[in-house]
Write a protein of this length. Structure first.
Ligand SMILES: Nc1ncnc2c1ncn2[C@@H]1O[C@H](COP(=O)(O)OP(=O)(O)OP(=O)(O)O)[C@@H](O)[C@H]1O
Ligand SMILES: Nc1ncnc2c1ncn2[C@@H]1O[C@H](COP(=O)(O)OP(=O)(O)OP(=O)(O)O)[C@@H](O)[C@H]1O
Ligand SMILES: [Mg+2]
Ligand SMILES: [Mg+2]
Lengths: 304, 499, 324, 324
């Protein structure tokens, strides 16, 4: 264990001191964020900076600790995926006061000036598009089920709202069940199995993320309803992309964590080089991915 | 022949044994005698493999043996009845007796039938007529003690060690045990027998070994010595057998009165129509066999079973309706419980704290503790009760049985009660300390406390009480003023008629 | 006499009543509840918890506790998936070891056993309290899972493997078979073998058990290892059911399984309890989860209700058992 | 006599050594570690855990345990935020009650006390094992939080409130003041009051304590209520520090705080332990978290290392204490 620490240290203290970039991410409990964080880290390294990932474990208080520690240990910039739009503001302010630029990734914090730049993947509008597609595929009528993410997470609600802002305009689309599956594949499968008992007659499922979409899909397959029921996810995770390729999932919303992360890292680089005028908010549109355009995409991004 | 050579054993702080040498001979019962803390149990635990680290060596049949654990000792034919009961409350008699040496069939599965049968046989031999499948927790202490004996008899061991086997069983069961010991002796087994009841030793022991402060002070054969000699050897001086000259208490006014106390628990009638009274300065002895309901009676008086029993209890004429021991203490009733370890002590806390526990509030200053007052209190009782402890910060778990008992007594007296109830106050306590406690009881009575002493030892009852109440199956089966009291009548009254 | 009677039968009868009441209530509230298909659902959904809880019961019977089951489940599941999919490769010495289905399963079980053994070793050799030792393992095993999966799920493991989680055998889901066999073996272990006796004895009075010549440490280590193995079984079940090993699988499973054990009437202070009781507990929880969803109760209320039901079932139990 | 002597001083000395070693190692590995600023960081970061763990220590000393602290923290924090921001309104009878800062704080503490009291009540009145009672409360309180916040954080609570979490007083962060005061009060309670004695006595031998005239149930209820209040204090601290009440605040805090208690040398079987030990334990954990971040240890490895260090510190402790 001591050995570990030392390797850790030599990695930390070794060589001439390059600038250090902290990457604070809301959770590593979910591949999407792992990807976001690791891409950012890789990019930072490629640009010749030392970088370290901090896992806030969905806990804004822990995120606060990370900020304080990062500031104390002299990081020069923070690439930041907030746990919460409001709760995280105070942390960003802290960094700003310490003269450390913060670049928000994917989720926004609601403060005009705290962050140096915000590169946002706007799932609200993403879910609006998904909603439209959903309405189209079910052609405006039928029963559907919504699987929510972690109910204590405002992303869960951003997505739900975006979706309903469209779908609720069609009275013949009836939501027969709305249950939480915690962004978790297993939970989603079990919840779906149970729901199917009460409502074998559904036509569609909207899942707050791809993991849940996959779980739902498996439950449907087991019940022999595969294909009959349309399933829509969100994220553009690998499993989902493959599954759409195989004509299973109907659609997902592709966020571009790769683009987001690399952009944020580059911003940091330019900031060091003296650039100051960053766009306050840079929304990265969320693409709807379905059978029609699937071959343009891979996991978490566009084919290139 | 089992020989111990220069055995030494130290615990943190104490030297429990210092080159102890002795011989246990086949076909003879050797009594190991000594005060509390003399080192008897420690020595036996070494012989039976409980303690693997010790100095010196043990020879069994001329060959040196060293046991890493109790199992090895068992396999070499040494079995022991420990001083404390070592049974698993939620396992049945059979399962406890065979624990660690189950009989299995060729699939390695338990052979319950065989085990049940052999248990049944053992129980028959010990005249304990309960089904082998009874859970231990359903048995009375005495019956559990018998199970412990059965455990030791299961394997036909060469050496059988009995550490205070009779401390918890009543006359009848003792007799059975004696018969068995006779048999074993006849079979030429080696038997070590520890007891603080000296008269027992004179009945069954052939040889004796006296331990004092972890050293052997003398060995010999029982024939050559008498009671006082033994006592002298273990204590190192004479102790005056105290005889009981008391101012008649009958004059004094009534302190505690119990009328028509009934306690029905489930389908069991634990107490039936108990009516008696206690005067100031009187020592009321309550005698009875195991399970006669004596402890239950005290518990009811102490308010441990509020609402479960009927009848009325009055202290100085005031009707008591106690919801908890707390109320009892407030009212001036205290109990020194039967089972020191389980109900009496807080082993992890030190002597001082254990003594002051019941009256922290009253000796406290404006809601805070008052350490000075605590120390004075503890000091006071340390001296007046002659509690043997290195210092007041000693954890009570390290004191010997007798001194632990005194600590509890001190806690009770500190509440300065009107009525003091003692349940088996001298169980497992050596003669010397016993005498001290008897003296204390009598002194306290002089200071016009009302005292109730529950005991299964007739001599004890006869020594201390002014009046003797005999309980049998939850009913009062006799009352004897000490003047007219004699062993036979009391025993007669105590033996159940209903079987 | 068999161990089931260690707790007055009455009380287990009580949790049985509790279950019945629950079921009746639900079938009144939803006509979808009492259907064969839904029955299979519930059974399939509890099968994992049953396996884990059986192990937990053994641990709790020795007066211990195991908080690490969830993480061990995740790690061994991930190991199975990883080996099955990628085998082990050292490109450096271009060395590669592929794994058969059986191979991966064995490997996963070994991993589970090893971690469980480590728990037991810490607890017996270094006297670390079970709560702490397994709490540490909870973190460690989760970390190992993350390291092994790099935080990404390992998916599409092939039809053969998925059969475990999705297939049927003689009209019964394989998952149910697995948990059933586990339960039967455990019942035999507990009622018919000396080891079972020792487990109860240690929980009932460790000192007395030691004086009876029982190797306390050995028994404990075995028990924690079994706990680990059963967690691994759970890991394999979950993984093959999802056709994917999720890095965060099994989070908070320890709580569900302890709940099952306690609702089943096993005393956390050891020495008293039964396997069947635990199974009953697991069923109660499973039925509850299933019912709350069937009735489309809001996720917010679900938590409150679950908590209350756990309390109630234990209270019912207590009020009718001698201890109360 | 002071209760610290209940554990051989040596062992507490040991966990102190453990802390020293840790600090020295870290300051060698990172020149950023031993800075005043970082010192304040660590203290500020552990302040919440210290408050909770002090309550936990009292509970554990009575041989109990409290798994619900995290959820109680979340709920009382949310209540404070909600009342402060929106007060209570019944549009129906257009009735509205506004809350002052003090009012909200009191309200939050009352909520914490109430939930803690409920725990104690279940445990004493219905003989529900502490583990289960508080496990149920863990779910219930979380559910209540969701219902109260509808799953959304409650933010921007105003400078006055934020001062608690972010302000300084006489050159010391307010958070640190709060935890310091809590600790001092607790030490007084434990060493200098009868109640403190009763807590140790109950943990040491409940039956004997009862016969000595101690009101077991009352003491336990008080202790769990204190636990709830301190959780609420923690809730206020967290909320004002973030200027926002997070619905999922405090998740898993029970584990951190139990870890602190045990590393501090308090025995989970009750009757033995000290407040200062727990503080020490909390510091060790805090320093560890802080240090692992300062050093360039990957988040996945951090979990593994953390687990190992917890094990180590307990083992060091055990090996040097008589019990081992
Ligand atoms: N708190 C969380 N815990 C676990 N997984 C989460 C959490 N929040 C989101 N996720 C998962 O990670 C994916 C990416 O989350 P993300 O932050 O992009 O949500 P979002 O709705 O895009 O945020 P925003 O509304 O700010 O755009 C989500 O689609 C979801 O699958
Ligand atoms: N585990 C232990 N730790 C520390 N000291 C001990 C331990 N066991 C016994 N002692 C001490 O060793 C001495 C001998 O104890 P032992 O139990 O052998 O006395 P004994 O003769 O059996 O007394 P009794 O007649 O009360 O049973 C006593 O001073 C006791 O306090
Ligand atoms: Mg997004
Ligand atoms: Mg002895």
């Amino acid at each position: 264990f001591a050995g570990l620490l030392f390797t850790g240290c030599t990695a930390g203290a070794g060589g001439r001191q390059p600038k250090k970039i902290a990457i604070v991410v809301s959770t590593l409990n979910n591949p999407w964020f792992v990807f976001l964080a690791q891409t950012a880290a890789a990019k930072a390294k490629a640009l010749g900076y030392e970088s370290k990932i901090f896992d806030s474990q969905n806990n804004t208080a822990l995120e606060s600790d990370h900020f304080e520690n990062a500031i104390a240990s002299g990081y020069n910039a923070i690439l930041f995926n907030p746990t919460d739009a409001k709760g995280s503001v105070i942390n960003v302010k802290k960094a700003k006061d310490a003269g450390i630029p913060v670049f928000c990734m994917d989720r926004e914090i609601d403060s005009k000036d705290a962050a140096t730049s915000q590169i946002l993947s706007d799932s609200y509008s993403g879910c609006i598009d998904l909603g439209k597609l959903f309405v189209k595929t079910l052609n405006k009528k039928g029963n559907y089920v919504e699987l929510l993410g972690i109910v204590s997470d405002d992303n869960t609600w951003n997505r739900s709202k975006g979706f309903h802002s469209v779908v609720d305009n069609y009275p013949q689309l009836k939501m027969v069940a709305q249950q939480s599956a915690d962004f978790d594949r297993n939970k989603a499968m079990e919840v779906m199995e149970s729901i199917l008992q009460a409502h074998p007659d559904i036509d569609g499922v909207f899942a707050g993320n791809d993991a849940m979409a996959m779980g739902a899909w498996q439950a449907l397959t087991a019940a022999g309803l595969a294909g009959k029921v349309k399933v829509i996810g969100f994220d553009g995770a690998e499993d989902a992309i493959n599954s759409i390729k195989e004509g299973k999932l109907t659609a997902t919303a592709m966020q571009f964590p790769k683009a987001i992360a690399e952009l944020a890292a580059t911003d940091a680089d330019e900031y060091f080089k003296g650039k100051r005028d960053f766009p306050h908010k840079l929304p990265i549109p969320v693409d709807v991915v379905s059978a029609t355009n699937i071959d343009k995409y891979t996991a978490y991004g566009k084919k290139n | 022949m089992l020989v111990a050579e220069k055995i030494g054993k130290r615990f943190t702080g104490v030297i429990a044994l210092h080159d102890v040498s002795m011989q246990l001979r086949p076909g003879r019962v050797t009594a190991i005698i000594g005060e509390n803390g003399a080192g008897k149990s420690t020595l036996m635990k070494i012989l039976s493999g409980v303690y693997a680290e010790y100095e010196g060596r043990i020879l069994l049949g001329g060959r040196e043996v060293r046991f890493a654990n109790p199992k090895e000792a068992q396999e070499k034919g040494i079995s022991i009845i420990h001083q404390e009961l070592n049974l698993i409350p939620d396992l049945s008699i059979t399962e406890n007796i065979f624990l660690g040496r189950e009989l299995t069939d060729r699939w390695g599965l338990l052979n319950k039938k065989a085990m049940r049968e052999r248990t049944a046989a053992l129980l028959r031999r010990l005249k304990l007529n309960v089904p082998p499948d009874t859970l231990i927790r359903a048995l009375k202490v005495g019956q559990q003690q018998v199970v412990e004996i059965a455990k030791a008899l299961l394997l036909e061991s060469q050496v059988i060690i009995m550490d205070e086997p009779t401390s918890a069983i009543s006359e009848a069961e003792v007799e059975i045990l004696y018969d068995i010991i006779e048999q074993l002796r006849a079979e030429g087994k080696i038997i070590a027998y520890i007891s603080h009841k000296l008269d027992e030793l004179f009945r069954i022991a052939d040889d004796f070994v006296v331990l004092r402060d972890g050293r052997v002070t003398e060995t010999g054969t029982m024939k050559t010595v008498d009671h006082d000699a033994i006592v002298r050897k273990m204590v190192g001086r004479d102790i005056a057998a105290l005889e009981h000259h008391r101012t008649q208490a009958d004059a004094a006014e009534e302190l505690l009165s119990v009328t028509a106390l009934d306690w029905q628990a489930g389908n069991k009638q634990l107490l039936k129509n108990i009516t008696f009274s206690l005067r100031r300065g009187e020592v009321l002895g309550i005698f009875g066999l195991m399970g006669a309901g004596r402890t239950e009676l005290l518990e009811c008086i102490l308010g441990l079973h509020p609402g479960e029993h009927t009848g009325d209890i009055r202290l100085e004429g005031q009707r008591l309706d106690l919801r908890s021991p707390r109320d009892a203490i407030r009212a001036g009733l205290v109990l020194v419980p039967e089972d020191r370890k389980k109900d009496g002590l807080i082993p992890g806390l030190d002597v001082k704290t254990n003594i002051s526990l019941s009256i922290l509030r009253s000796i406290g200053r404006n809601g805070l503790l008052n350490s000075k007052a605590e120390v004075t209190l503890a000091e006071h009782y340390k001296n007046s009760l002659r509690i043997k402890t290195p210092n007041l910060e000693q954890q009570v778990r390290h004191l010997s049985g007798g001194n632990q008992q005194k600590v509890i007594l001190a806690r009770c007296l500190a509440t300065d009660p009107k009525v003091l109830m003692l349940d088996e106050p001298t169980r497992g306590i050596d003669v010397n300390t016993k005498n001290e406690i008897y003296k204390l009881i009598l002194e306290l009575a002089k200071s016009s406390l009302g005292i109730i002493v529950v005991s299964s030892e007739l001599p004890e009852i006869l020594t201390v009480s002014d009046r003797i109440l005999v309980l049998c199956e939850g009913k009062i089966s006799g009352v004897f003023p000490r003047a007219t009291a004699n062993e036979d009548d009391i025993l007669k009254a105590a033996i159940p008629k209903t079987i | 006499m068999d161990l089931s009677s260690y707790r007055p039968l009455l009380t287990r009868f009580q949790s049985f009543i509790a279950l019945l009441i629950l079921c009746i209530a639900l079938s009144l509230l939803s006509n979808k509840f009492l259907t064969i298909e839904n029955g299979w659902n519930v059974l399939r959904q509890i099968s994992v918890n049953v396996c884990i809880s059986v192990g937990m019961t053994l641990v709790v019977l020795t007066a211990g506790i195991d908080l690490s089951v969830g993480s061990i489940l995740a790690f061994s599941g991930a190991v199975a998936a990883g080996l099955l999919k990628n085998g082990i490769a050292w490109p450096a010495h271009d060395l590669f070891i592929g794994f058969t289905l059986l191979g991966t399963i064995v490997a996963a079980l070994v991993v589970g056993a090893a971690l469980g053994f480590f728990n037991g070793w810490m607890i017996t050799r270094f006297k670390v309290p079970p709560f702490v030792a397994t709490l540490a393992m909870l973190t460690i095993a989760r970390g190992l899972t993350m390291l092994w999966t790099r935080g990404y799920p390992i998916s599409s493991l092939g039809a053969k493997f998925d059969y475990i989680g999705t297939g049927w055998l003689l009209g019964i889901p394989v998952l149910v078979w697995i948990s059933a066999v586990t339960v039967i073996l455990a019942v035999i272990l507990v009622r018919k073998t000396p080891l079972g006796r020792y487990i109860y004895a240690i929980g009932g009075n460790e000192q007395a058990a030691r004086l009876s010549g029982i190797h306390i440490n050995r028994v404990k280590i075995i028990v924690y290892s079994i706990g680990g193995i059963l967690a691994a079984v759970g890991g394999i079940m979950v993984t093959s059911r999802l056709d994917s090993a999720q890095p965060n699988a099994g989070t908070n499973y320890e709580l569900d399984s302890i709940a099952a054990v306690v609702i089943g009437g096993t005393s956390l202070s050891g020495g008293r309890g039964t396997i069947m009781g635990t199974v009953l507990g697991a069923i109660i929880i499973g039925v509850l989860n299933n019912g709350l969803v069937l009735l489309n109760v809001s996720p917010f209320w679900q938590q409150v209700i679950k908590g209350l039901v756990i309390l109630l079932s234990v209270i019912v139990d207590k009020m009718n058992s001698k201890e109360a």
